[in-house]
Design a protein around this ligand. Sequence first.
Ligand code: PEP
Ligand code: MG
Length: 840
Amino acid sequence: MAVPQQLQLLAPLSGVLMALDQVPDPVFAGRVIGDGLCIDPTSSTLCAPLAGVVSDIQASGHAVTVTSDEGVQVLMHIGLDTVNLAGAGFTPRVEAGQRVEAGQALIDFDADYIALHARSLLTLMLVVSGEPFTSLVGTTGLVQSGQPVLSVGSAGTASVTPEMPKGEALFSPPISLPNPNGLHARPAAVFAQAAKRFTATIHLHRLQAQANAKSLVAIMALQTGPGDSVQVSAQGEDAEAALDTLTRLLAEGCGENVPVPVATSEPELPNVLRGVCASPGSALGQVVQIVEPTLTVNEFGAEPAVERAALTDALVEADMALQHLCDTASGEAQAEIFKAHQELLADPSLLDQALALIDEGKSAAFAWNTSTEATAAMFRSLGSALLAERAADLVDVGQRVLKLLLGVREQTLVLPDDAILIADQLTPSQTAGLNTDKVLGFATVGGGATSHVAILARACGLPAICAMPVQMLALADGTQVLLDADKGELQLNPNAESIDQLRARHERQRQRHQHELAQATLAACTRDGQHIEVTANVASLSETAQAMDLGAGGVGLLRSEFLYLDRHQAPSHDEQVSTYSAIARSVGPSHNLVVRTLDVGGDKPLAYVPMDAESNPFLGLRGIRLCLERPQLLREQLRAVLACCQLTRLHIMLPMVTQLSELRLARQMLEQEAQALGLAEMPKLGVMIEVPAAALMADRFAPHVDFFSIGTNDLTQYTLAMDRDHPRLASQADSYHPAVLRLIATTVQAAHAHGKWVGVCGAMASERLAVPLLLGLGVDELSVSVPLIPAIKSTVRELNLSECQTIARQVLDLESAEQVREALRLHSEAIADTTRILEN
Ligand code: PEP
Ligand code: MG
């Protein structure tokens, strides 16, 4: 049936709109299920966006589809991964098959419970029948439940009489569904997409019911559960191929992580839960569950003057608590988090928003909560990993004030000496405040490997795993577990053999570490006499001092932007000079200090450099591109950096260089500033090789630079076209891919042909496994993360350059990153054997 010109869809909820691209879930963001919009809800009843029939409502109550008389199917999905809640927190108000009016209540939900127990509350409204639509409200801002938000037009397809499929219907053998929640929206969408690639007529059968396999809604309406037996049937020319592909897809979980099937004749596997490594290491200990109290916030308050005073008192008290945490923090990374939280508390716009709500009669708690949540939602919607981190900080600091307003005291946990914390999510301040004498590690359901929580865990050397299955939250306190963050595994009730292996591993690591530390100040020379400069990647003065103490041969990368994040105003010239000079003094006159000019823009915004939102921030105005658009910013930085010219062997490095013209413009600016300061000698000027264009044109750049430093983190993401922070691509976005290695080889050849040196400052340089490869490719300098300096120097000393060159030549011809890693592993085992023989 044709869709009338003006079929308007109403907002199913009140809340903050968010572009679908920004939803942190590739199936939704990639529109695999359908196009539409996303709302971060502020109301807790989901209402029908159009009149029609409830064509599906999931038994778990988290998703519902309404189909209009014209056939427009609109699916609403409350929260992300909420299927795992198995119905808890949802109260359906309608049944499948029921007719509903636009605006009618469909599902009530407990927003607090869901926010606490699921990955996210973000709610999707998707036009799954595929009609085009236009937005009536833009992609951001507030919407009210019932407000028209989309105008759906006709798909414009002439109705086609379906052809009768040829041949007999073929049936697959029965398949037991491995998905822990059956075929809910995400796996159903993946299955329907795959089915659509075939011309055959395809059905999915469960008991007596069957569904058109190309219809997401029909598949969801089958209401399948884990272990259900299903069959696929296909009729048509490519029926056999369809059955083959679709049965395999079903058995593998349709894109979901599913348990590996266990052969019944084999002994039971140890009970292992899997996630993603957030901080390496391993520990044996007992489970301590961290459960956050549910906070109940009343919307209306007393007189505005009373509520204002309550808010002011709570803010003062929170600031004092943060100052205390800052003063007593066990490390700089921890103190930085609390300082950043103090900055957020002082943000005038947060306070203004809250005060305006109080003036409307709202309670201080409600006003503060709304203001912080709305700002956090706005941060999250901007598509930047760094701003998403700020959102986590804002929620964290918001909760601190909210608890004070509600009189909820922080729980003091009595911890055993070997606690492994299990939590839905830890906040940055909880992590920074952990007692590392008692806490040996943690595992969380939420979080990501690049989150602040992960960074803090690495800074305190605590093993940690994130993205764990929600079932972990049911583990009893006191259960013995082995947390192997290196493998991303939590082993429950480990046997004696696993425990012995862990202890032996710890002992080997401890001995090796002590040996490396004792030799940290020795030069890094290969067995056949090639000297390699091992320098440090730093972002602060204290890190620089620590690096020099650990034997760094200088600083190969000062990420200067990190000196100026988390502040509202640009640093003055004097402040910049004093920061750079202190770092230069710490490095000293006989070592290199490579200062990278501001690499902001895109994923690393600076609060005092307003930038337009970009749909592809990594491909936008980043690094040198932004600096050349705001030449004053770069000029001021160069002037301040030049002031420390006499204190060290100063090198200036430009990030994200793609064009020769960028290098020329920056050099011109540097020369002008050096001349204005009357400097007799120019500092060295180099570029980062992190855009494939620059690597491929390295022979053209080489005559115009003093050095190159290869940023393998960005070079990998741009070469492989894989976002460096993408959780699902994390294992594929691998710097060991031969394509990346070939670009490194090209760069080194071009540089050496012009007598210039090449460093690597991406994370790859900090991996032992990569050292023989990088040396063999001819890299002259490895700039590594501070704690790893002794380990990388010691690895260099175990190698023979000529053997490194052989292995490097071999791996350049391999096909994949896995093959390269395997070849390097074999090589490093052979070296370990040789080292043992030589040492005995
Ligand atoms: C890189 O891209 O490898 C690099 C060192 O720069 P950053 O990680 O700071 O982007
Ligand atoms: Mg980079």
